[in-house]
Design a protein around this ligand. Structure first.
Ligand code: C2E
Ligand code: CA
Ligand code: CA
Length: 741
């Protein structure tokens, strides 16, 4: 993922034009202020701007334009929004002024601003002023991009003021110009000015901190001395082109070596300053420290490799899992078809494993399975695949076999390997297995058919008490248990045995309830409450997921409508499966349900996992786009567990990401999980997405996520999923207490 802001270089060059005007304005403070305010508005599209300085414990307006003119001239610093920007040391973006309790309410009412950016002006650690831009409810909402623009503008202006002072041949600076100059000192972005030879002329304190060298050791040297050798050629080429006058700006990510030997990743934006004759004079570079983000990105990539392995392997034995076994079979089929050979798909099931597990415990069972996996693996050729399909079931793929007569010796080798007892907790355990075999192309021509038939053969072996059995059409009667379950599920959908539980999601700062997630339960007349993991996969396989999802949406919208009728606006999220996204009729059906319950589409959300979205990217995308166009919000569920490309997700209409609960629950124990949580929060911010942490079970986690700037959370700490009635009571109870606590 690259979060490089492509527009930075261009924006900076527009900012630098402002800088020229300032140089021209010289030491005329009012003129400089006028330029600062006008260009702040012009660059961000804001409706007003204000420059203020600290006097005692008050903030006093020095200049204001547009809607900012309506504000009070003097106000206590302690009540002003600036103090929050000061605390964080960075420009602050407020997107909803009316609801944000960080604002001075009186000031906000006077100005009537909807969004605002406040840039603090520092001298060392004390604040000397603030530069604000704001926009009205009818104007443009200021964004994260504008916040960056203001940050750049403030540092470039400060540098401009300093260079104006230089060229003015030491004429006394006015006090206020000196204050603007302080921006240079207080900026969190590094600023380096180099001459035509690349020698550093001046740096601000942020650079000293980034590189770990004091300014005296940097000035007089070339910044190249501190760059990573791999980035050098490219950097020099860009610099030379700029000095030759062929380029006015460039922007790139590169590495620097700090004094302590550590690596620092910087996002550096350079801009050419010309002298009075228009000749290249200095290069001004703004450096943003992006080391954290780079490390986080690396952790995400590492995690996705781990996920990829985990997604294809069995955790206990390390053998390929069912998914990979399937893939290998398909691959082998293609090869066998080309070479006109056969292949054999085997399914092996242990006969007495359950007894071992029940009498000696899971640990013994695990030891047995691991040893068994190794033995079978050693009994076949290297090119063959041994997979664990789950429980005590293994799959074996024998590629390039001539026919049954070649398969039999292989099976006998496997059975022989199992004959020797396996020592578990000092006991020699013997295991027996039943193996079913299906051959390509005789018994089937795709993986699904072959596996199903090997399964049928395996049951035949078990029933006949023989170690193995080849598939025979006569064996093929449909599995009765499965047919029964499917029938029951179909009935459950019709007879409303499916009920919804709701789990709330809250804003981390205020504790305000943001929305609900609908989670399905099956109230089975005999078996009691069944959780979705036990029946959703079956619904998926049989296509029942299509009517099931419509039922869920119908019911969730009905609930939403009931809440609306009693004055509570709570959007509700429904989980989707990949089948739903492959169904071109789905968006129309959803639209009809929204109309039926007269619920605004913005109140409905869909949660999808990464793997659901990439199951069939082209067709999926079409349905997704249509849902999004309807105004339905899209969340990515269980984020971090998939391995799709983040760059790809960025192109989908996504509004929210939900950090998978495994990372959240693990963030105190594992450094990698903590990094992943942090980086997903950052990533969401960078992509303008809302971020929800799932599985927040403790207050400790809640507080930590709040400190990390995560906007939303869900989990047992707030509430478990509950039926609609219980939820209504819960909400009432909460409203009665202090909603913020
Ligand atoms: P999910 O979408 O990730 O849903 C969150 C699951 O995490 C829920 O389990 C919820 O009860 C549980 N959970 C919430 N907070 C915590 C916590 O703090 N700690 C822990 N340990 N768990 C927490 P549930 O209800 O059993 O749902 C399981 C999965 O079933 C869901 O995972 C979702 O993928 C699927 N599912 C549920 N309802 C539907 C549905 O209507 N349609 C489809 N297609 N899938 C559904
Ligand atoms: Ca979910
Ligand atoms: Ca989830």
């Amino acid at each position: 993922v690259r979060h490089t802001h492509e527009g930075d270089a261009e924006r900076l060059s527009r900012i630098v034009e402002t800088q020229r005007d300032i140089v021209a304005a010289g030491n005329d403070l009012d003129a400089v202020t006028g330029i600062v305010l006008a260009s702040s508005c012009a660059l961000t599209g804001a409706d007003g701007a204000m420059l203020s300085f600290v006097e005692g414990d008050e903030l006093v307006t020095h200049g204001a334009i547009g809607i900012a003119e309506r504000g009070k001239r003097r106000r206590p610093l302690a009540a002003s929004v600036a103090r929050h920007a000061i605390n964080s040391g960075r420009p602050l973006l407020v997107e909803d002024c009316e609801r944000d309790d960080r604002l001075d309410r009186e000031m906000q009412r006077a100005i009537g601003d909807k969004s605002l950016i406040c840039v603090p002006l520092f001298q060392g650690s004390s604040v000397v002023g603030a530069l604000n831009v704001m926009s009205s409810p009818t104007g443009k909402t200021l964004t994260e991009d504008d916040r960056r623009t203001m940050e750049m503008l403030s540092v470039v202006l400060s540098a401009a003021v300093s260079s104006a002072a230089e060229t003015e041949a030491r004429r006394a600076q006015t006090e206020a110009l000196g204050r603007l100059r302080l921006l240079f000192e207080g900026a969190s972005m590094g600023i380096v000015r180099s001459n035509r030879e690349g020698i550093v002329v001046e740096v601000n304190p942020a650079v000293e901190e980034m590189l770990g060298y004091p300014a005296e050791e940097l000035v007089g040297l070339s910044l190249r001395e501190f760059m990573h050798p791999d980035d050098l050629d490219h950097s020099i080429a860009l610099f030379d082109e700029m000095i030759a006058g062929r380029k006015d700006t460039y922007s790139l990510e590169r590495r620097y070596r700090r004094k302590d030997g550590k690596l620092m990743w910087g996002h550096s934006t350079a801009v050419l300053e010309r002298d009075a004759e228009g000749e290249p004079w200095h290069v001004l570079s703004l450096i943003e420290n992006i080391t954290e983000r780079k490390l986080a990105e690396e952790a995400l990539v590492r995690q996705s490799e781990v996920n990829q392995h985990q997604a294809l392997h069995d955790a206990l034995t390390g053998l390929p899992n069912r998914t990979l076994y399937n893939e290998r079979i398909e691959q082998a089929i293609r090869q066998a078809a080309r070479r006109r050979t056969r292949l054999a798909v085997l399914i092996m099931d242990l006969d007495n494993f359950k007894e071992v597990n029940d009498s000696l415990g899971h640990h013994a069972g695990d030891t047995l399975l691991t040893e068994l996996g190794t033995r079978v693996r050693n009994a076949v050729r290297g090119a063959d695949t041994v997979a664990r399909l789950g429980g005590d079931e293994f799959g074996i793929l024998l590629s390039e076999v001539g026919g049954r007569e070649e398969v039999v010796p292989a099976i006998e080798r496997i059975c022989h390997a199992l004959e020797r007892p396996i020592p578990v907790q000092g006991l020699p355990l013997s295991v027996e297995a039943s193996i079913g075999v299906a051959l390509f192309p005789d018994d089937g021509t795709d993986a699904e058919a072959l596996l199903q038939r090997a399964d049928v053969a395996m049951y035949a072996a078990k029933e006949g008490n023989s170690p193995y059995s080849f598939y025979d059409e006569a064996l093929d009667k449909r599995d009765p248990t499965r047919v029964m379950l499917v029938g029951e599920l179909r009935r459950a959908i019709e007879e409303r045995e499916l009920i919804l539980y709701y789990q709330p999601k809250a804003r981390l700062g205020s504790g305000e309830i943001d929305s609900l997630e609908a989670l399905l339960r099956w109230q089975h007349p005999e078996r009691g409450l069944i959780y979705p993991d036990a029946f959703i996969p079956l619904a998926q396989q049989t296509g029942l997921i299509v009517p099931l999802t419509l039922r869920v949406v119908d019911e969730a919208l009905e609930q939403c409508r009931r809440f609306l009728d009693r004055g509570t606006r709570l959007p509700v999220a429904v989980n989707l499966s990949s089948r739903n996204l492959l169904d071109p009729e789905f968006p129309d059906q959803i639209e009809a349900l929204l109309e039926r319950w007269e619920v605004d589409p913005a109140m409905l959300r869909f949660e999808l996992t990464e793997s659901t979205m990439i199951a069939d990217p082209i067709r999926t995308r079409e349905v997704l786009e249509r849902l999004s166009t309807l105004g339905i919000q899209i969340s990515i569920d269980d984020f971090g567990t998939g391995y799709s490309s983040l760059a790809y997700l960025k192109r989908l209409p996504v509004n929210e990401i939900k950090i998978d609960r495994s990372f959240v629950m693990d963030m105190h124990a594992s450094e990698d999980s903590a990094t992943i949580v942090r980086s997903i929060i950052d990533l969401g911010g960078n992509l303008g997405l809302s971020v929800v942490a799932e599985g927040v079970e403790t207050k400790e986690t809640w507080d930590e996520l709040e400190a990390l700037g995560c906007p939303l959370a869900q989990g047992y700490h707030l509430s478990r999923p509950m039926p609609a009635d219980a939820l209504a009571d819960w909400l009432d109870g909460r409203a009665a207490r202090d909603p913020v606590s």
